[in-house]
Design a binder for this molecule. Sequence first.
Ligand code: CIR
Length: 260
Amino acid sequence: MTDPTYEFTRAVTRRPSAGIVNGLRAEDIGTPDLAKMEEAHAHYVATLKKTGAEVIELPALEEYPDAVFVEDTALCLPQGAVMMRPGAPTRMGEVAEMEPTLRRLYDDVRRIEGPGHIEGGDILVTVREILVGRSDRTDAAGVAELAEIVSDWGHKLREVFTPPGVLHFKTDCSLLDGETILATKRLDASGCFEGYRVLHTAEGEEAAANSIRFNQFVLCPAGFPRTAEMLSNAGYEVVQISNSECAKLDGGMSCLSLRF
Ligand code: CIR
């Protein structure tokens, strides 16, 4: 039996553009370097491909500085795709850039029409439910509209908490397998993962929480050795990928792909 929450046959990515220097960020910790980001992105794509999955690599979009973070534009489920409605006004146009690709791959593509907002980074799909964290980018109306769409496909949606000052719900967590979640202690303390097996990021390594399970691999941002070791000891095959440049724009492993 396959587990659709981490066993994937496809991913969609988008190459970073020179525009990344204008990408959104909560705090200025330096200007991202395109060459370095391209190198890390190529490693990321190669790792996804190594699992045997098809990776659709979309061209860079100069006019959308954050377009490399494709995860925020859509939610991809086995039954269909839902085009998001980003809460960041500069990112709204990225959705229309993604939609034709998903329409080629899915028979059922729906849209969050608004007035609410929701971004893919706030959505974690587990075997039993879809967890959505409200954030500065995702509001109650966006969550309600998504709940209606996914219930039509037989999914249960549960609204959860995103720690204050954290960009997205998934900035602080990721799915490791059908029943196991990697999370920061601060997010787990909210109680949102009751009933799941939760592994915590090491103290001071909270930024490792935005990892992804993709088939046999857990792609983990490099530079968090204690968390990587903990995951290896727990039996996961960890691949560490440099995230130095995406981190300057509050991005991590999940935001760089749509996986289905
Ligand atoms: C933004 O602020 O929208 C981008 N600079 C980062 C988006 C990261 N996306 C994600 O974690 N899903």
